[in-house]
Design a protein around this ligand. Structure first.
Ligand code: TXA
Ligand code: MG
Length: 326
């Protein structure tokens, strides 16, 4: 188990900064999910992230920065679209891909000639990033703090269960957004939506004044964009309310290994059940915690009612579809 520090305690924060400066890994809270942080300029520390997560080393990591100006030393250029998005949404749950400055954060970028930058809004993340910057750390490489392919963590306890004692975890409470940042690639001319999140397509297009393209075949490989990702241990199936209702009737007596997460369909007595909130933001906030809770309770099957098709559900639908694909 990784050791948990209190992110609001200045001494604990100082210990985390020392650890990062020394090349160790520190998981930290953001408003989306917890990240597994390392000094982005320290290739050996970044290599420890890939090892700890079991993640292939050619998958690029997001680099977290304290403020917009901190992007400059990492980027070869900040295209106008990226500049507009940073101004509109930072600090916040948006990652922008820009051309990388050659020779900088090579390992963190997984060898890509681009770099994903994000300025998180969580106060503990901001305090950590600012303190690190004062010690010469230009940014923190930070993928979600989970084992490769598993569900992202939204509490310090989730993170602690994923890693061993070499990793420190700064506790900043439960994440507010609950699903990973929206990612927009601004490195290749027309902006491309690589990963939907709680900052929606319409909000982004309103800022850019042009339509966002969808991910295409040339997009660099991004694990968050693989079909099967964000998977709980249990098998997850997405069903419409009608089909779910029928399936539950056919099943008859509830199986102890089946869990239900649904907005409108009620579980038979005795079945593991969580009600999906009617509000998309609330559903996102609890989604990964619910999947982990079902896993911990020994569920082998999770039946989920398909979320509505309206745009505010894009992020949740995307994560559930990927969880169901594995
Ligand atoms: O909300 C978040 O984005 C969280 C918190 C911790 O900031 N981080 C996160 O990181 O979800 P990760 O590594 O689990 O997902 C980042 C995604 C991956 O799919 C990665 O491949 C993609 O961003 N990515 C990072 N840098 C990229 C680049 N230069 N080009 C294309 N995709 C990139
Ligand atoms: Mg991830």
């Amino acid at each position: 188990m990784a050791r948990i520090l209190d992110g609001h305690d200045p001494q604990h924060l100082a210990e985390a900064v020392d650890a990062l400066v020394a090349g160790r890994l520190v998981a930290f809270p953001t408003e989306t999910v917890y990240g597994l942080g390392a000094n982005a300029a320290d290739d050996a520390a970044v290599a420890r992230i890939f090892a700890a997560k079991g993640r292939p080393a050619d998958h690029p990591l997001i680099v977290h920065v304290a403020h917009m100006e901190a992007s400059q030393p990492l980027a070869a250029a900040i295209p106008p679209a990226a500049q507009s998005l940073m101004t509109a949404f930072w600090p916040g749950p948006l990652t922008v891909i820009v051309p990388r400055r050659p020779g900088v954060a090579e390992a963190a970028a997984g060898g890509q000639d681009t770099i994903g930058l994000r300025c998180p809004a969580h106060p503990v993340a901001r305090a950590l990033l600012e303190a690190c910057a004062r010690r010469g750390v230009p940014g923190l490489a930070g993928p979600s703090a989970n084992q490769f392919g598993r569900v992202s963590p939204t509490t310090a306890e989730h993170v602690a269960g994923e890693f061993d004692a070499d990793v420190l975890v700064l506790d900043g409470g439960a994440c507010q957004v609950g699903i990973e940042s929206t990612i927009v690639d601004c490195s290749r001319g027309r902006p491309v939506l690589l990963r939907p999140g709680m900052i929606g397509r319409a909000e982004i297009e309103a800022v850019l004044n042009e339509p966002l393209l969808d991910r295409d075949a040339q997009a660099p490989r991004a694990p968050g964009t693989l079909e099967a990702h964000y998977a709980p241990r249990a098998q997850l199936r997405l069903m419409s309310a009608d089909i779910l209702q029928t399936a539950l009737q056919v099943l008859g007596d509830s199986s102890p290994k089946l869990a239900l997460y649904s907005r409108t369909v009620r579980a038979p007595r005795g079945m593991q059940y969580r009600r999906m909130p009617a509000d998309a933001a609330e559903a996102a906030q609890q989604l990964f915690a619910v999947l982990r809770e079902f896993d911990a309770a020994g569920a082998e099957l999770i039946w989920v009612e398909s979320p509505p098709s309206s745009p505010e559900w894009d992020g949740v639908r995307d994560r559930l579809a990927r969880a169901a694909a594995s």
